[in-house]
Every structure is written in structure tokens, then in C-alpha cells.
Design a protein around this ligand. Structure first.
Ligand SMILES: [Zn+2]
Length: 449
């Protein structure tokens, strides 16, 4: 059963990759001239890719949630987890692409003087809206992220270009009513039925599976593989680089060695609570903070430093870096580093992209490496931002730690459940003989410095 599902994941990834060139040609069409037919074709296909990928991820979530409730069942294996991560990257990429195309379509309608073109674009827009507001539960759920993304995209656009582009009209894409979510069992059942309707999208061929295999392997390798020639040349495992050596995932740490990381803070309440228990339990952690929060809560910097934890950078405002132009990247990466180094009072060695997005994008990784920083990814995702139940957050983290036996754990010091869950995890880890390290210490150790 598990094998079947992972094969499905695989197919979703292949499909997503194959349609990528299509998205590029779509952008080109908009730049030059576009017809409603082309838009419809492209949007339909892109949306199918997206919903397919989204559905596969949802199904995986349900499956792993069921596993978490069953103490005796084992968690997904490492290879499958890596493939899932690869799929998630591709899905996220499509999310941005589609929302940008939608925005471009909207712009065109409000801007063009060609009435025929306007009419055609309006037809395409209506079609897109119709898809987004479908009554099919699968679509409802699958499009939730896309809908939020599109709304967010518009909000930002209008805010930044109010003066020049008054022709914008905000789209009215209604939010999903929470009643759409029934109880868990009903939902899964309904989704499985909807799945049958979707199968037409996902029919694969041996050719598709070959392509998929290659692409997934490429993404998994770029994220997770061990050192390459570059590293042995320098005699180092980690150094600022846009390749694997510039990205810490944790899979090359010694056994039972872990880095505890907290993102998105500082937060006056939750960060303090975390500091309190870390002090009691004598454990050092790594904080990836946002410049905008640090500016507002500078007292917490001194507190963290006096207790010997590591401070790192998580951008200025938690922007999704893959969506930014060079000016935006300059603010989120370069300027945030400058201001944080001033407040921290030392050079910053570690950076983490919000959502991990940009980890495999050259122009983003180059900025990070040029500033002399290593990017820090994770291999244990606690999902503490999504899951409000500290007990299940703890269990999720615990199971992954047992499975990997080394690595980087991701928490956020801005949620109450994260405080409780991470305290439980650290208490439990003490009994297990886990060594919690600061990232600068483990990098020195692995580099033989
Ligand atoms: Zn974050």
C-alpha cells in the first residue's frame, strides 16, 4: 500500500516537471500577445499539475497522521521522505508560477485597449475562478494554498504599486468555509472518491516514469547527498558555497548529534519560556530570527547571548525569497545581515530561507555564500506551526529523531505549542544520550578545525 502511494508521488513529480517548460512559454505569451485559448490550455494544465501534487501530499499527510496515532507503526523511510521533499519543492514552485500568471492575466484585462483581447482574457479569468470555487472537496482543499497565494500576491502588488497602477482591481476569491472540513474519517473517504475522478490527470507511461526518476534523483541529490569533490579539495565538509557544502541538513553529523533550531522569533513571551527551560536543562540552541522582530525586541538578544546560544539570520520580514527580484533579495538577505550583525555585535555565520524556499536557487544561495554564511536546512520537521497539539508535535519530532539518529530539528519560537513540545523533546533526549550542538561548534568539528 505504501509502495503504491509512493509511486503515485513519483508520478506527480514527473508530471510537474514535464509541464514546467509550459509555464515558461505561458509567461512569454503574456509578454507578447495572448489568446484566451492558450491561457485556458495553460492554466488548466498547470492547475491539474498543482492539484495532482497537492492531492498526493494531502494523502501522504493523512497517512502519516494515521501512523502517528498508531504507536507500533513505523514512520516513512528516509528515501521516501526525501522524495516527498522534492515533490513539495516542485509543488511550491508551481504555486508561485500559477499565482503570477493569474496576476498577469488580471493586469492585462485592466490594461489592454484591445477589446477582443480583453474579452478573451476575461473568459480565461472566469474559467480560472470557476476552478478555484469548485464544489468538489478535493479541489476545495487543493486550491486553498493557491487561493491564499493569489490573494497575497494581489495584496502585495496593490500595496507596492498603488500610485502607478490604479487599474488594479482586487480579485474576489472567497475563502473556504471551515464547514468544508468534516471529521477526519469522512474527509479521507471523500478524498479517496475524488481521487478516482482525478486519475485521468495522472496516467503515466514508462517514459514519464523515467523522466520522473531522473528529476527526483537530481533534486534529492542536491538536497541530501554527502560531500563532493569541491569539499575534499578544500579539505572541508562545510564552507560558504552555493552547492551542498554550503547547506547544512544534518545527515552528516556524528551519531546522536543534533542541532536544535528555532525560527521566526524573537517573541517576548515564547522565546523567554524557551530560554528558561533550556537554561534549566543546560542545552544550547540555535535561533534564526527575523530582523524586524529583533529590532523590536533587542533585549532578548542580550539574554540569549548571555546564556550562550547561537544567533543566526532568517531574513528581514520572512518573505518568500523565490518570489523576489534582486532589490527584494538585497533587503531580505544583505540588509538584514547588516542590521543583525550590528545588533548581535558579531559576524553571522548561518542563514535559513523562510520555508526553505530558495535553498536550491543559485541567485539566492550566491548572496548567502557571498556574505560568508552557510545555509541551514533541517531533516526533522516538527510542523509545530501547523499542529496546535504539543503532544503530537513532540511525538512527530521524537519519531523522526529516532529514525535519523542525527540532524537538525526545526521548531518556531513564536507558538505556545512549540515551547511545550520542544521542552518535552529535550527532556526525552537527555535520557537518550543526545548531544545538542551549536552549529558553529559542529561545523568546526566536522571541518577538523
Ligand atoms: Zn520561518
Amino acid at each position: 500500500m505504501r509502495h503504491f502511494k509512493l509511486t503515485s508521488l513519483y508520478i506527480g513529480t514527473i508530471i510537474a516537471i514535464l509541464f514546467n517548460p509550459l509555464m515558461h512559454s505561458y509567461a512569454k505569451t503574456l509578454e507578447n500577445k495572448l489568446t484566451a485559448k492558450e491561457i485556458q490550455k495553460d492554466l488548466l494544465k498547470a492547475t491539474q499539475i498543482f492539484s495532482k501534487g497537492e492531492f498526493l501530499l494531502m494523502e501522504f499527510d493523512f497517512e502519516s497522521a494515521a501512523k502517528l496515532r498508531n504507536e507500533n507503526d513505523s514512520l516513512i523511510d528516509l528515501e521516501s521522505y526525501q522524495k516527498l521533499t522534492a515533490l513539495n519543492f516542485i509543488k511550491t514552485k508551481h504555486l508561485h508560477l500559477i499565482s503570477q500568471k493569474y496576476l498577469a492575466l488580471h493586469m492585462l484585462i485592466n490594461k489592454t485597449t484591445d477589446s477582443q483581447l480583453k474579452k478573451e482574457a476575461q473568459v480565461s479569468l472566469n474559467l480560472f475562478h470557476k476552478m478555484l470555487s469548485s464544489n468538489n472537496l478535493l479541489y476545495k482543499l487543493a486550491f486553498e494554498d493557491l487561493r491564499n497565494e493569489v490573494n497575497e500576491e494581489f495584496k502585495n502588488k496593490i500595496l507596492t504599486s498603488q500610485h502607478e497602477e490604479s487599474y488594479f482591481i482586487a480579485p474576489s476569491i472567497p475563502p473556504i468555509k471551515s464547514s468544508a472540513y468534516k471529521n477526519h474519517a469522512e474527509l479521507v473517504l471523500e478524498l479517496r472518491q475524488s481521487r478516482k475522478m482525478l486519475q485521468a490527470f495522472g496516467e503515466s507511461s514508462p517514459f514519464l516514469e523515467d523522466e520522473l526518476d531522473q528529476e527526483v534523483r537530481f533534486i534529492v541529490k542536491s538536497l541530501y547527498s554527502r560531500t563532493n569533490e569541491e569539499a575534499s579539495f578544500l579539505g572541508k565538509v562545510f564552507f560558504p558555497s552555493t552547492g551542498q557544502n554550503g547547506n547544512i541538513v544534518g545527515l552528516v553529523f556524528p551519531k546522536k548529534t543534533w542541532a536544535l533550531t528555532y525560527d521566526d522569533g524573537p517573541n517576548p513571551l515564547h522565546t523567554k519560556n524557551i530560554l528558561n527551560f533550556l537554561g534549566e536543562l543546560k542545552v544550547k540552541a540555535n535561533f534564526f530570527w527575523l530582523a524586524q522582530n529583533v529590532i523590536a525586541h533587542q533585549d532578548l538578544v542580550k539574554e540569549v547571548q548571555s546564556q550562550g546560544h547561537l544567533l543566526a539570520n532568517h531574513t528581514w520580514s520572512h518573505a518568500q525569497l523565490t518570489k523576489l527580484d534582486q532589490g527584494g533579495l538585497f533587503k531580505e538577505i544583505n540588509q538584514s545581515t547588516t542590521i543583525l550583525e550590528k545588533i548581535y555585535g558579531h559576524k553571522i555565520e548561518f542563514f535559513r530561507c523562510p520555508y526553505g524556499a530558495g535553498n536550491n536557487v543559485e541567485r539566492i544561495r550566491k548572496r548567502i555564500a557571498d556574505l560568508g554564511m552557510l545555509h541551514v536546512f533541517w531533516n526533522v520537521d516538527t510542523l509545530d506551526w501547523q499542529d496546535k497539539d504539543p503532544e503530537s508535535v513532540f511525538k512527530r519530532a521524537q519519531k523522526q529523531m529516532l529514525q535519523y539518529n542525527r540532524g537538525v530539528v526545526l521548531f518556531h519560537d513564536i507558538h505556545p505549542q512549540s515551547v511545550i513540545a520542544s521542552k518535552k523533546l529535550v527532556e526525552w533526549s537527555k535520557v537518550q544520550g543526545v548531544r545538542w550542538v551549536k552549529l558553529n561548534d559542529i561545523v568546526k568539528e566536522l571541518n577538523g578545525e
